[in-house]
Design a protein around this ligand. Structure first.
Ligand SMILES: Nc1ncnc2c1ncn2[C@@H]1O[C@H](COP(=O)(O)OP(=O)(O)OP(=O)(O)O)[C@@H](O)[C@H]1O
Ligand SMILES: [Mg+2]
Length: 342
């Protein structure tokens, strides 16, 4: 699969979106996995597909990377139709699957050279690209050891390094950090950001909302075979309520005074009063719904001052992607009530 670009170099610019899909459908037997999904991913951006287990994320990646055919709809990747021009798609993309493509019996370096062969690079070019990527992915010391001796994080890095051998302009990363410890995860995020700064388009699937929040320009939440919502992390967070200001007290009597004053103000519906606060007697904390805007905060602070309420700690909470995910996919948070809500 020869390409017009090489690892480390800036890939040739893609005209039009990197990925465009309209009405993609896929069923297995009578189970509908994708029920008409549309995607539009600008070149050079990071797109994250989120969804619970079994939502169809890997299925979408497989269709877009030409590993399986859709039952309906259309998709173009790097301007090539996945159904009629799969070779064009394959020449432009790299795929790191959910499950490792690394051969454990051979060394990391041999895995890389094998990929270079598959991409028809000359021996000399294959060695050059391999050395460059092993260095970039901090695998030089391990390069001559069998890959089965690698840790999960090293194996994942090798997996992605192998994906980059052909210099793809678009890469699909199916759960690139699942099973990695926080340090390895942050390393992987750094690597992904570097790819993006080289102009590569990244399509990633993830279970980690924080990961989508960190990396993605746009996020789509897949549920029941459809895109339940799509937007930037901030846009998605604005879709659901849950923003509030939390006031915490250390002195129980100050807490009780504040709780009573707030309740009275709410009951009286006095102008400028704070709307119904939730109380947390155990934590000596009050939660007042708020969009977190400067204007609302100022009026709340003014009201607290005038009511003689002085909290020991004031924090502003906006809904996070976890809240969005649970709201959109109808799943519940195991073992604990939803964060920030009593
Ligand atoms: N080859 C197949 N034959 C039959 N059913 C399949 C096949 N591949 C996937 N499925 C089903 O399609 C659904 C979506 O699977 P998919 O692997 O795309 O989900 P996913 O979102 O990637 O999940 P996970 O988060 O667990 O990786 C699942 O119910 C799965 O069992
Ligand atoms: Mg999957």
């Amino acid at each position: 699969m020869p390409t017009s670009s090489r690892p480390g170099g800036r890939p040739s610019p893609t005209t039009g979106p990197a990925v465009r899909a309209v009405g993609l459908r896929k069923s297995y037997g009578d189970k509908t996995v994708l029920d008409g999904i549309d995607l539009h991913i600008p070149a050079g951006s990071v797109f994250a597909l989120l969804g619970p287990n079994g939502a169809g994320k890997t299925t979408a990646v497989k269709i877009l990377s030409t590993l399986i055919a859709a039952d309906g709809g259309q998709a173009q990747v790097a301007g090539h139709d996945v159904a009629t021009s799969p070779d064009g798609v394959r020449a432009a993309i790299g795929v790191t699957g959910q499950f490792s493509a690394v051969d454990g019996l051979i060394t990391g370096e041999e895995n890389m050279l094998l990929m270079a062969d598959l991409h028809h690079l000359s021996k000399r070019e294959g060695r050059r690209v391999t050395a460059e990527l092993l260095e970039r992915f901090d695998l030089v010391d391990a390069a001559r050891k069998p890959a089965q001796s690698y840790s999960g994080g090293m194996r994942r890095r090798l997996d992605i390094a192998m994906t980059l051998v052909g210099g793809p302009r678009i890469i699909f990363l199916d759960e690139p950090t699942t099973g990695l410890d926080p340090r390895s995860r942050h390393n992987m995020w750094r690597i992904i950001r570097e790819l993006v700064s080289d102009g590569v388009t990244v399509f990633l699937t993830t279970q980690y909302l924080e990961e989508a929040d960190e990396l993605a320009d746009r996020i789509a939440v897949l549920n029941d075979g459809r895109i339940a919502a799509e937007g930037s992390a901030d846009e998605l967070k604005r879709l659901i309520p849950g923003g509030h200001v939390r006031l915490r007290f250390t002195d129980p009597s100050a807490y009780r005074h504040a709780a009573v004053t707030l309740r009275e103000a709410t009951t009286a519906r006095a102008p400028g009063s704070a709307p119904g606060a939730a109380v947390d007697d155990e934590a000596l904390a009050l939660q007042i719904p708020s969009d977190g805007s400067q204007r609302e905060l100022r009026s709340l602070l003014d009201w607290l001052d005038s009511a003689g309420i002085e909290a020991d700690e004031l924090t502003v909470h906006t809904p996070d992607l976890d809240d969005v995910f649970f709201a959109l996919t109808g799943s519940t948070v195991p073992h604990q009530p939803r964060k920030d809500v009593r």
